[in-house]
Write a protein that binds this ligand. Sequence first.
Ligand code: ATP
Length: 295
Amino acid sequence: MDTEIGSCIWHAHAKINLALHVTGRRADGYHLIDSLAVFTRFGDRVEIALADNDDFTVSGRYAPAVPLDASNLVLKARDALRREAGPSRTPPISIKLEKNLPVASGVGGGSSDAAAVLRGLAQAWALDLDDAGLARIGLSLGADVPMCLAAKPLVARGIGDELSMVPDFSALGLVLVNPGTPVSTADVFAALSRRDNEPLPPLPRSIDFHSLRNWLEITRNDLEPAALALQPAIGRALSWLNKAGSGFSRMSGSGATCFGLFETGNVAKRAAAEIRGRQPDWFVAATRSMPSEAE
Ligand code: ATP
């Protein structure tokens, strides 16, 4: 959180599924997953200030792709918190969303915006809600909101809401690449050929660039083959990452955003500049992941 005069800025991090195994499906249709996820410094920004009237505006590169009506997760989060706390404790609020993350792109931008709004409003309204309370309200908005509230390296199981934090996980150098093609999460899940895959193998005892890369080689994103068949541009994003020197490249979530893993931030920045030069219309960002402990 950063403070400006009269307002606070909250960071909505991109969620990157380093590995994602689909392990089953519940009777209600929700898929069961086993996923190692990290969250990046690069993301959306949410500015929150007390105001005379409720207000919501969106700026940034991806603003045109975001709904402004009640279906926006920012407004769903505001309204859910207001229902929980009651109108007398939740006065009018101005929310400005800077939408820097591509929409429907597998990095959980909407869920992360909702998480930032829950944290921001809980503080602006001085509500007495602990992390478990926020996670409960977050889960009512979407399965990925609790993990976006945590925003630290973690393993997510169940429908994505059973979280185990991973300790001693340093920041990673990452490049995110999206070829500009939205992918519907529902379409990708519907196209899966199998839903009963084995869970993730145990994590390495000590996580560094090399042990993580070796571990990633024996894991998968089970959504990648289906997403690739629906959107072949994902294959081009992966091959650009590989050509630019990524130590390991994979699609995140249901796509189409792909990540490349780099040993240092400087190498990641150079690779991002190279890909951006060749694909100026794509979304390309060099960033670092949030570590498990403050670094
Ligand atoms: P998931 O994997 O959770 O589906 P995603 O990264 O693929 O996440 P999002 O960018 O979160 O997808 O968008 C999913 C849908 O949510 C979009 O179709 C969009 O219209 C809707 N949406 C609602 N609020 C937002 C928001 N604040 N930002 C982005 N999308 C939003």
